[in-house]
Design a protein around this ligand. Structure first.
Ligand code: CA
Length: 407
């Protein structure tokens, strides 16, 4: 028996050579931040491996952030991925590549890109319907515009944090309809929103909209995102301009970005549209379907509470990109946009505690007690997988956050 190589990834591992997500890491022995590629239970120091192999991508990969790679564009993304695939699968490269593998449990993971702008959408019909029923019980659950455009708002890019970062319970104003006056204090309705985030690589020119069909030219990859939400602060402040301090205290993202190319087998057709769409949003004749079949799992303190299905999202990421640029707004490398809370039609598929507990009315049972909203010390974890080539699974990097008490 030859000695087992870290590159002999067990069959069925969702982080096999068909996946190869990108991140940025450091180690206790070497605190330089550098680009890493996850393979099985290891992280490949991609820049060091590229240099050792004499690769032309050594400069692009030998950086402290993914931004230079993101900015390099679609052709470079494809070529770098081909090279990486060869490095981790070709036995001839092993003696050169193996010294640059670090066990996953020995690395510290960092925010892998510098976030430019951040936009968050509201693309799940089931989520929007549930929220509408709770917040506007006397009106239509969906607002009149909902099926004509992907509703979004601009978030706070500077408070996007990497998985593993504690989330301090925010304080703010709240006023329940029955309260005579607003009060100030730590949020008592701290919640999660299980979402999928997308990061832009190739920028666009100011004044020139990005067409639906150019999605792959601009978007590098996707990742899990938790849009922490203080429902009590949000409910009092959001009229008439939308989310503000109830959202901006923290947004957690996975340390791993899955390139879109790894998700070719996960493409699915989005749900049937109920209204004809404006031409810039009409995706009926696109070459490939715009949806992604991502199976998300939400856990609190290790106990699964929901399984939101991303394939049920009404608006696709390509439509969101087209919509956010249709007025001529330009894209920058590092722009992040979130899908909106992912909720399916079933109760167990809802991606927020707001929906799972129906705004606190129906507590959920955990082994360590009941929950309506999050308590200090709770740890929330999002994981997901997607169908990969030849019956494999593509694992998405987790996003984890623990609630720290207010300060
Ligand atoms: Ca959200």
């Amino acid at each position: 028996m030859p000695q087992q190589s870290p590159l002999d990834v067990p069959e069925g591992d969702p982080f096999g050579p068909h996946n190869l997500p990108y991140g940025v890491f450091s180690t206790a022995a070497d605190d330089r931040r550098r680009v890493g590629v996850r393979i099985g239970g290891f992280v490949l120091d991609a820049g060091a491996a590229a240099a050792a192999l004499g690769s032309p991508f050594a400069d692009l990969l030998g950086r402290s952030s993914l931004n230079p790679l993101l900015a390099a564009g679609h052709t470079a993304w494809r070529d770098v991925r081909r090279a990486l695939t060869a490095w981790v699968t070709d036995p001839g490269h092993r003696p050169t590549v193996e010294p640059h593998l670090v066990p996953l449990d020995e690395v510290t993971l960092h925010l892998p890109y510098e976030v430019a702008d951040y936009v968050d959408f509201y693309a799940s019909e089931h989520h929007a319907t549930n929220v509408g029923k709770m917040f506007r019980p006397d009106g239509d659950a969906l607002t009149l515009n909902w099926k004509h455009l992907p509703i979004g708002y601009h978030g706070r890019s500077g408070t996007i944090v990497v998985s593993g970062t504690d989330v301090v319970r925010p304080s703010g104003q709240r006023k329940a309809p029955t309260d005579p006056a607003p009060v100030f204090g730590p949020s008592v309705k701290l919640d999660i929103e299980a979402e999928v985030g997308f990061v832009v690589g190739t920028p666009s020119e100011l004044g020139r909209p990005v067409a639906l069909g150019d999605f792959e030219e601009h978007v590098f990859g996707l990742f899990l995102l938790n849009d922490w939400s203080a429902r009590d602060i949000q409910a009092w402040e959001y009229v008439p301009l939308g989310p503000f301090l109830g959202k901006s205290f923290a947004t957690s993202v996975s340390a791993w970005v899955t390139p879109l190319e790894a998700l070719d087998a996960a493409r699915v057709t989005p749900p049937a549209r109920d209204f004809p769409l404006q031409p810039y949003l009409d995706d009926t004749d696109l070459d490939r379907p715009g949806g992604f079949d991502l199976r998300i799992s939400v856990s609190i303190n290790g106990q699964e509470v929901a399984q939101p299905p991303f394939a049920t999202m009404y608006w696709t990421a390509a439509q969101q990109l087209a919509h956010m640029t249709v007025n001529g707004a330009s894209l920058r490398t590092g722009d992040v946009f979130g899908s909106g809370t992912v909720s399916g039609p079933e109760v167990g598929q809802r991606g927020s505690l707001l929906e799972l507990t129906w705004n606190g009315r129906d507590a959920i049972e955990l082994t360590d007690g009941k929950r309506t909203f999050l308590e200090d010390g709770d740890t929330v974890s999002l994981t997901a997988w997607a169908p990969g080539p030849d019956g494999t699974r593509v694992g998405l990097g987790e996003v984890v956050g623990r609630i720290a008490g207010s300060r």
